[in-house]
Design a binder for this molecule. Structure first.
Ligand SMILES: Cc1ncc(COP(=O)(O)O)c(C=O)c1O
Length: 532
């Protein structure tokens, strides 16, 4: 059997790159260092200190006895260089869009221009207090107002709230707006329809907002099945929640008819804007017939994201829904800007303060930098995805044979049928090639799904490197499937027991008598791990 890591050494940077990545240069050394990184508590030695600040020349206040600790906290004791090395070693183990290609479908992991960090860190923005009075925060309010205006133009809808902190919170806000809208008209509507390809947050938001959920099928071309839809829309339907292009990366060819069906029944259309990167400047959800739209600022308009944020999920609405938007809204009176709290029909506040302000600065900067070039951003995102699709369609199954938008879904079911290799095996093996795996097993309508989104910020050499890796993996599936079954071979951790990791996570260090003995034994015998 060939050495799986030999193959890794052949991989890495795309052709033309001057240097192979560190992993390739010293795969064995780096691997050993990764796997052996001790916990900070294991590095700790009693009495070591990172620094000794001078004792304050001030009276030490007496703490009430009830507030005092019985024992000093058991903090790790290390010298500063060891702390720096520890965290640098951990940082080294991570993989991000700054490390390599990250085609994680539906997540739009594009490059985040560094200049945005400088702008978000300008003292006038950074040091602003969230409760600063409006007169002293005119620059920040103007930026928010202008961002609202630009987002409104992009969606083709007149009014925007910036408050929601993520796409999913935008969804919940949008559904609360629908509820308020119908309540105000005295209509009782209790059902929201979603596609069977919908992202998991869609049904979750529907349920959280107190609606019943109904799913509509996808037809053979990847569009909403109009016959199924017609049978499900009625006077109880509050609306549709849809992302277009869908999570299959396909633009719904029947969207105008879909809008007619819902509006004809007096229902509303909600646009999940997670896939907006495909259509900015080309088509507008408002023009397609959508009444409420959320944006994922962190995807389409650039924020360092993944691992929990920070995100931004503004919501745009038609004028008939504007009175219900969360308060406060940023408004302009002549040359001044203010937060408008006086909104009697508002659903209220959905987030603390006025929203995730640093996110606003970065997205505003991104949009101003691109200007009309935002259209080209989407065009290149679509072009890159279609380029990859064309290069890979003969080695992986293509369940919906159409041009894609900014992402596409392949299936590894041919590899499974012929060689017993699953989408998970392909994803794990990609890590050995220095590439972040695509989204897998989603959308649910595609068996062994591999959902690939390259984004517009990748050069052709990266795309070609990915194609090369995917094609080689397909060859490996036929020639030496055991390499794929055991992948990844070159990452700090191999295959995980994911169910156990989710159900019995070890979230804190358990001090044994000899400091860490419990963890030592858990390492030696994983079945002995305690669930804290
Ligand atoms: C299609 C779709 N809808 C909604 C969301 C939720 O967005 P967020 O992660 O910002 O809550 C995502 C996130 O990946 C998504 O891909």
């Amino acid at each position: 059997m060939s050495d799986p890591r030999r193959r890794v050494e052949m991989q890495g940077e795309p052709p033309g790159s001057p240097q192979p990545p560190p992993l390739v240069r010293s795969a064995d050394k780096a691997l050993r260092a990764w796997r052996e990184t001790p916990l900070i508590f294991e590095r700790s030695r009693a009495g070591r200190r990172a620094g000794r600040p001078p004792s304050p020349d001030l009276p030490v206040p007496e703490l009430p006895v009830g507030l005092r600790r019985a024992h000093p906290p058991r903090l790790p004791e290390l010298a500063e260089p060891e702390i720096v090395r520890h965290f640098t070693a951990l940082a080294d183990r991570t993989f991000g869009v700054d490390t390599g290609f990250y085609p994680l479908g539906s997540c739009t992991m594009k490059h985040n221009p560094r200049v945005h960090e400088r702008l978000a860190g300008l003292p006038g923005f950074r040091d602003l207090h969230p409760y600063q009075e409006d007169e002293a925060a005119q620059g920040a309010l103007e930026l928010m107002w202008r961002l609202q205006e630009m987002l409104a133009e992009i969606a083709g809808l007149p009014a925007v709230t910036l408050q929601p902190a993520a796409g999913s919170q935008g969804e919940l806000t949008g559904l609360m707006l629908m509820r308020a809208f119908f309540a105000d008209r005295g209509e009782e509507r209790d059902t929201i329809i979603t596609a069977d390809t919908a992202h998991g947050t869609n049904p979750a938001s529907v349920t959280m907002a107190g609606f019943k959920l109904e799913k509509v099928d996808t037809d053979a071309r990847g569009n909403l099945d109009l016959d199924d839809l017609r049978g499900k829309v009625n006077e109880r339907t509050a609306g549709l929640m849809l992302t277009n292009p869908s999570t299959l990366g396909l633009f719904d060819e029947g969207i105008e008819e879909v809008a007619r069906i819902f509006h004809g029944a007096g229902a509303l259309l909600y646009y999940d804007g997670a896939n907006l990167n495909a259509v900015v400047g080309i088509s507008r959800p408002g023009d397609m017939g959508f009444d409420i739209v959320h944006y994922n600022l962190h995807k389409t308009f650039s924020q360092p994201h993944g691992g929990g944020g920070p995100g931004g999920g503004p919501v745009a609405v038609r004028d008939t829904i504007e009175p219900f938007l969360p308060a406060p809204l940023v408004v302009r009176d002549g040359d001044t800007y203010r937060l408008d709290e006086d909104r009697p029909k508002s659903i209220g506040r959905v987030r603390g303060f006025a929203g995730p302000f640093g996110v606003f600065v970065r997205s505003y900067a991104f949009m101003r930098a691109y200007g009309p070039g935002l259209k080209e951003m989407s065009e290149v995102a679509v072009l890159n995805a279609n380029y990859l699709l064309a290069q890979l369609r003969d080695v992986y199954d293509l369940p919906y044979d159409r041009h894609c938008m900014h992402e596409f879904v392949l299936s590894a079911r041919n590899l499974k049928r012929e060689h017993g290799i699953t989408a998970l095996d392909v994803a794990k093996r990609l890590m050995d090639y220095g590439i972040h795996p695509p989204t897998i097993y989603f959308p649910l309508v595609v068996p062994e799904a591999l959902m690939i989104e390259p984004t517009e910020t990748e050069p052709k050499e990266r795309l070609d490197g990915f194609v090369d890796a995917m094609r080689r993996i397909a060859e490996e599936a036929a020639e030496s499937p055991e390499i794929l079954k055991e992948a990844p071979h070159s990452r700090p951790v191999r295959r995980l027991d994911e169910v156990r990791a989710a159900k019995q996570p070890i979230l804190r260090y358990r001090f044994g008598d000899s400091g860490g003995a419990a963890l030592e034994s858990a390492r030696a015998d994983p079945s002995a791990r305690e669930n804290p």
